[in-house]
Design a binder for this molecule. Structure first.
Ligand SMILES: [Zn+2]
Length: 198
């Protein structure tokens, strides 16, 4: 999985969806109490497998297991909140895709795009945007989690991707490519909507 995450970060950088220090990705396997996350401060397009940080979920927080000279991503709270309460193979990615952010900036709630572009909802369920929340904040973490809407009864999130206005998106999947695909699909529609100037 870590090799795939490195490939996705390079691709996101190439597409201009992150600048070098933006973006973060984590994953946890079902049945495990530990998760892996990108480190803070390193250039995301040049990460090595050994740069990833392993964390153990403990009561009300986490315990860093390796790479003690590095810090986990500044958005650790977001990843922790999403990963801690589910028993799923789950990958969480946070990126800054250009058209999607532009669409939110122009006032569009991303969840409404499925009405005009029904094919979008075939594979990707889009949550309502969060409010404008500060980066790295607990409020960002809580609102993303609430809008992605984990359903205990089916052990799944009801939505796959959520937009944070003036900032970026959080997308989830069983693996990093599934999570990245939701970003690609939404970004494609967002670019069409903005080009139409409707
Ligand atoms: Zn961000």
């Amino acid at each position: 999985m870590i090799k795939d995450i490195i490939a996705v970060l390079k691709e996101a950088y190439k597409r201009n969806w992150i600048t070098p220090r933006d973006g973060n990705i984590s994953f946890k396997n079902s049945g495990s109490n530990n998760f892996f996350i990108t480190p803070s401060g390193l250039r995301k397009q040049n990460l090595n497998e050994s740069d990833f940080i392993e964390l153990e979920i403990i009561n009300n927080g986490w315990n860093q297991i390796n790479n003690l000279n590095l810090k986990p991503s500044g958005e650790i709270q977001l990843h922790y909140e999403l990963l801690k309460s589910v028993n799923l193979d789950l990958c969480v990615i946070h990126l800054h895709p250009t058209y999607t952010i532009s669409a939110m900036y122009s006032g569009i709630d991303l969840s409404t795009l499925s009405e005009d572009f029904p094919e979008l909802s075939r594979y990707t369920k889009i949550a309502k945007n969060t409010e404008i929340v500060p980066p790295l904040s607990k409020n960002l973490a809580f609102q993303c989690k609430a809008n992605l809407a984990y359903d205990n009864n089916i052990n799944e999130f009801r939505n796959n991707i959520v937009g944070i206005p003036n900032h970026g998106i959080v997308s989830i999947g069983a693996d990093v490519y599934e999570a990245f695909e939701h970003v690609e699909r939404l970004e494609h529609i967002a670019s069409i909507v903005l080009l139409s100037k409707k």
